[in-house]
Design a protein around this ligand. Structure first.
Ligand code: DX5
Ligand code: ZN
Length: 231
């Protein structure tokens, strides 16, 4: 099936999305250039509001600056209670894809349609304890499903042992939908867990700590891609 979207997808290739949550923010431009040169496919930007998750991170101004600095598609993950209010600011700042949580307070289908109205790609995310079957009515509306393999809010956590079963279930639902939807997995991804996520059906992987806390981010990124490809 042909994917006509802006986000690059090559059959058989796993997309890698470094998460800047673990970057050294004093060196952000340089670190983004490093992962772009190393072959990153997207840049993952975690937005936290201190309500939906117990942490704060970035706002639209960071996305606006990154847009001037990189050609990588900007994959913006909204971990916020009321995502609708943030759609326009992040769209105007240069996000390419906006992912909202199914557990957020705003009606999800309405928010996804609103994201589409700005010409952006759409994603829906599930936390580890959410039944993936709740995604079924939303699959016609999304370009990507993001499965959280940690409880959202912080980088550097360990991949949950329950994640592969949830990923498999989402993979079956996507296949049954007949739509070309990315299955992205986020949290605790390194060269070992990338293999588990990929075997379970992921085709896009977010990695923060494993890439940006490495002395050699380019090698770390390529090891993750290699591990996820050799399954
Ligand atoms: C967690 C965020 C993740 C985080 C992943 O709430 O959604 O994107 O940056 O970081 P690592 O790869 O360190 O688990
Ligand atoms: Zn994320």
């Amino acid at each position: 099936m042909k994917n006509t979207s802006k986000m690059p997808r090559v059959n058989g290739k796993i997309s890698i999305a470094p998460s800047i949550l673990s970057a050294d923010l004093c060196q952000l431009g340089q670190q983004v250039a490093c992962v772009e040169k190393a072959g990153a496919d997207w840049l993952h930007i975690d937005i936290m509001d201190g309500h939906f998750v117990p942490n704060l991170s970035f706002g639209p101004s960071v996305v606006r600056s990154l847009k001037q600095h990189t050609l990588l598609p900007l994959d913006v993950h909204l971990m916020v209670e009321h995502p609708r209010a943030f759609v326009e600011p992040f769209a105007k700042a240069g996000a390419d894809l906006l992912t909202v949580h199914i557990e957020a307070a705003d009606p999800v289908a309405d928010t996804l349609a609103y994201i589409k109205s700005f010409g952006l790609q759409t994603g829906v995310s599930v936390k580890p304890d959410t039944d993936p079957s709740t995604l079924a009515p939303l699959l016609p509306l999304v370009d990507l499903v993001l499965v959280m393999s940690v409880y959202p809010g912080f980088g550097g956590q360990s991949f949950l042992p329950t994640a592969p079963a949830q990923i498999q279930q989402v993979r079956q639902q996507i296949n049954a939908s007949g739509r070309n939807i990315w299955l992205e997995v986020d949290g605790g991804i390194n060269a070992q867990t990338a293999k588990l996520a990929s075997q379970a059906g992921a085709d896009a992987l977010v990695a923060g700590n494993a890439i940006f806390s490495s002395a050699d981010p380019a090698t770390a990124l390529n090891q993750i891609r290699q591990a996820a490809t050799d399954i």
